[in-house]
Design a protein around this ligand. Structure first.
Ligand code: ZN
Ligand code: ZN
Length: 384
């Protein structure tokens, strides 16, 4: 039996994703060389980069794919339109791929699994011909009935061209440099938004800390957050994918989080999902323990036995605190309407107490890990 062998690559995609950065970077550079720059050009580029980026992070990713918060239909439409200008496919395809990336991370069903290499996770998966079964849109029934998504399924490319390319062209005509506006506002801007998104799938599964889940390949990278509107805190995101935040510390650069939160004050966004503090602490301690166990496996018998008792007692202590904290939260959620102000005050104080105790245990685990790495026995740590 003979069969026509399908090419490994989707050549339309190869041409599309090669021409855009070539025109965007080299084309813009040549244009600047001969025509200079006017202030409108970087302004158009940064504004449209920000808007299309927000369409992806606030819209495609956190709203549609993860349902990390809710908003009204009007905002859904705005985010769908802005996301279309990033040319990263429709919400349905994007969300289907992304949900598989989370639920089946690092397996062969993960469309951009890092286990197939940096290049595959970055862009290779889009350039290759994916088997039809694997490419199928799945697990997005909840999104299919939304009016913005029904409309986008019919006119995705038209919206992208109209708002993402023709719109900057028209602006360019108003000050007499339409070509410059398209080079800066469309080609260069799309190149940036594309590769910023791609870096989350490649670089954020490659370098950075694993504070919340040591077993995951996803990493936290403040650096990637700077050009992805906050999406670089990817280890946290893989652990608590439904949380509307990616960078949870108040100073963590996460403009998507800030905007979602700001809009909640005026009721435009609501039902913002947040991981509870005790769950975050539990994940932090478990991740550190996993890292420590891995280190200890390669350590000498002397090191293992030196820290054994101390680690056991820290473990028991941490488990006990997390258990008490969890029970307290359950009780509060069940019965909060009947809580007196005194009970609420006690609840808040206990929270702070548990948090401080876990912080201290965490610091101890960290100090032990640092000593194990140096192959050193610290008597103060064993006896404290
Ligand atoms: Zn990921
Ligand atoms: Zn995600």
């Amino acid at each position: 039996m003979t069969s026509i062998k399908k090419s490994k690559y989707n050549w339309n995609m190869v041409v599309f994703l090669t021409l855009i950065p070539i025109i965007g970077i080299i084309g813009t550079a040549i244009y600047v060389y001969y025509n200079g720059v006017v202030w409108q050009e970087p302004v158009i580029m940064f504004t449209l980069w920000f808007l299309s980026g927000m369409g992806i992070t606030m819209g495609y990713h956190r709203l549609f794919a993860h349902k990390a918060y809710k908003t009204n239909v009007f905002v859904e439409w705005i985010l769908m339109i802005l996301g279309s200008t990033a040319f990263e496919n429709t919400v349905l395809k994007w969300s289907s791929d992304h949900r598989k990336h989370h639920t089946e991370a690092e397996t062969e069903n993960d469309p951009y699994s890092i286990t197939e290499g940096f290049w595959h996770a970055h862009i290779g998966w889009i350039l290759k011909n994916t088997p039809a079964e694997k490419n199928k849109i799945k697990g997005v029934k909840d999104l299919e009935k939304k009016s913005a998504i029904i409309f986008q399924n019919k006119y995705y490319f038209h919206i992208g061209i109209l708002v993402g390319v023709i719109f900057p062209l028209i602006i360019g005509f108003t000050y007499g440099r339409p070509l410059g506006a398209v080079l800066w506002g469309a080609f260069l801007r799309i190149t940036l938004v594309h590769h910023a998104t791609f870096f989350i799938n490649s670089l954020c599964h490659y370098v950075g800390g694993r504070t919340y889940d040591f077993t995951s390949t996803a990493r936290d990278s403040w650096f990637v957050s700077l050009f992805t509107f906050g999406e670089g805190y990817h280890n946290y995101h893989h652990k608590f994918q439904w949380d509307y935040r990616n960078g949870i510390k108040w100073f963590a650069f996460d403009p998507s989080k800030w905007i979602i939160k700001a809009l909640s004050y005026v009721g435009i966004t609501y039902d913002l999902k947040v991981a509870q503090d005790h769950l975050i602490w539990e994940s932090k301690i478990n991740s550190l323990k996993a890292q420590l166990n891995e280190r200890l496996q390669d350590s000498s018998a002397n090191i293992k036995s030196a820290y054994n008792d101390r680690l056991n007692s820290l473990n028991i202590k941490a488990k006990g605190i997390i258990e008490s904290w969890k029970n307290m939260e359950i009780k509060y959620l069940k019965d909060k309407d009947n809580f007196s102000s005194k009970m609420i005050e006690k609840f808040q104080n206990d929270k702070i107490k548990y948090q401080n105790e876990l912080k201290s245990i965490f610091r101890n685990f960290k100090a032990i890990l640092s000593n194990v790495k140096k192959n050193r026995v610290s008597t103060s740590l064993i006896n404290s």
